[in-house]
Design a binder for this molecule. Structure first.
Ligand SMILES: Cc1cc2nc3c(=O)[nH]c(=O)nc-3n(C[C@H](O)[C@H](O)[C@H](O)COP(=O)(O)O)c2cc1C
Length: 174
């Protein structure tokens, strides 16, 4: 009655080889972003380095978020988010949104934001720009969910140089 489907076992890798390959990945360059979401009246956000444009026509982008995070769960529920593109002077936002979870704190209790016209998710106007996404697809990656969404709106806030992960690591207060 049922067809047996055999799943490929997770590839076992020698820990030293995994460390070596991981160190090669440190040469990849990433930007830094604050991804925000709204579910009913609760708004939240988190730092993310895994956001990128993936198609041009239509305009689509992907982001990869840990399933345990509050923002990830809110995006799953609402299929919407905003991505705020950080500039080189946004270190304070990385600390604010990357160090605590919305499961335990309200990160917007003392922070002003503008609701994005298309989906109500927070736009942070002290960043370079905000884009609004409508999620089309989710890919289950075990610990993480990859979201793919259409860019359906956005606002330019200021000119400046985007923050990369490497720049953040080199200039953050220790
Ligand atoms: C520099 C930096 C980059 C990060 N990138 C990611 C990422 O790409 N995906 C992810 O799931 N978490 C990432 N995080 C961790 C989340 O921002 C952090 O776990 C956050 O507290 C989750 O908040 P939430 O539970 O309110 O969603 C990053 C954190 C920092 C400081």
């Amino acid at each position: 009655m049922f067809e047996l489907v055999e799943e490929a076992p997770a590839a076992a890798m020698d820990p030293e080889e995994k460390d070596r390959l991981q160190s090669l990945m440190f040469d990849c360059s990433y930007g830094l972003y604050v991804v925000t979401a709204r579910e009913d009246e609760f708004v939240n956000g988190m730092v993310c380095n895994t956001f990128m444009q993936v198609t041009d026509s239509p305009l689509r982008a992907s982001l990869c978020l840990n399933k345990g995070g509050k923002t990830c769960q809110m995006i799953k529920a609402t299929k919407a988010c905003c991505v705020n593109i950080l500039g080189q002077d946004n270190h304070d936002l990385v600390t604010h949104f990357g160090g605590f979870s919305g499961h335990v704190v309200n990160k917007f209790e003392t922070l002003d934001y503008v609701p994005a016209p298309v989906n109500g998710c927070p736009e942070l106007d002290n960043t370079l720009a905000t884009v609004a996404l409508e999620i089309e697809k989710e890919i289950d990656l075990g610990t993480h969910t990859m979201f793919i969404g259409r860019i359906v709106g956005g606002t330019k806030h200021s000119d400046g140089t985007p923050m990369t992960y490497a720049y953040y690591r080199a200039t953050r207060k220790k």
